[in-house]
Write a protein of this length. Structure first.
Length: 211
């Protein structure tokens, strides 16, 4: 088993100290930081993402694997920075105004980061203009809005309208998701993409940024 496969395997098991140790070891062996990221850490998270999508693992396992990935990233970040390895793109993420639910949003963040996407997480209760301003300020191609309450879903339409009003509707892809949200709802408010779960959202976002 290669050091990358080992890293991926320990990451899937959520064994943060082992992941850290293997990242250090790989760097000492002169492995390319980008390769460590892609074949070790991201490969492990991809397996977790696929299993999560198929209900083979659940939220606790995802969180534990994400913690292991973050532990590996702490060691890897300085090497990545000096090697000019850039994220494939940026996504603005948040739960819409009036909604304080963040478990789904946090899972989406984990899955997006697991695809090599830089996430600017605005948290919960985010007003429409804040989503769009953040996209402008960070030159982000994706705005991902989450809602768990049927009463706050309408705010997603305001996010779309605000992108039009602020003149960037053609520059940002607006993704929506959350328990009450559907493909039909996405169409009705004029958003671009809908994802039924966190792993699918990451696949969609990856597709947008690599198209």
């Amino acid at each position: 088993m290669s050091i990358f496969e080992e890293m991926s395997s320990f990451l899937q098991q959520g064994r943060a100290p082992k992941v850290k140790e293997l990242v250090s070891q790989a760097l000492e062996n002169g492995e390319d930081p980008k390769r460590i990221l892609e074949e070790g850490l991201l490969a492990g998270m991809a397996v977790i993402g696929a299993k999560f999508k198929n209900n083979e693992v659940y939220v606790p396992e995802v969180l534990i694997a994400a913690r292991a990935m973050n532990a590996g990233m702490e060691v890897l970040k300085p090497a990545l920075a000096s090697g000019n390895v850039k994220a494939i793109g940026k996504a603005i993420l948040g739960t819409v105004k009036g909604d304080l639910h963040d478990i789904g949003k946090n899972l989406v963040k984990i899955m997006l980061e697991g695809k090599g996407i830089e996430v600017i997480d605005l948290g919960t209760d985010v007003p429409p203009e804040k989503f769009i301003q953040a996209a402008i300020d960070n030159d982000a191609k994706i705005v991902a809005a989450s809602a768990l309450l049927t009463t706050t879903m309408g705010v997603m339409k305001d996010v779309v309208d605000k992108a039009l009003e602020m003149g960037v509707r053609d520059k940002v892809a607006i993704m929506v998701g959350g328990a009450p949200v559907t493909e039909n709802f996405k169409d009705s408010i004029g958003a671009d993409y809908y994802a039924p779960d966190a792993a699918s959202a990451a696949d969609v976002a990856y597709g947008i940024l690599t198209a």
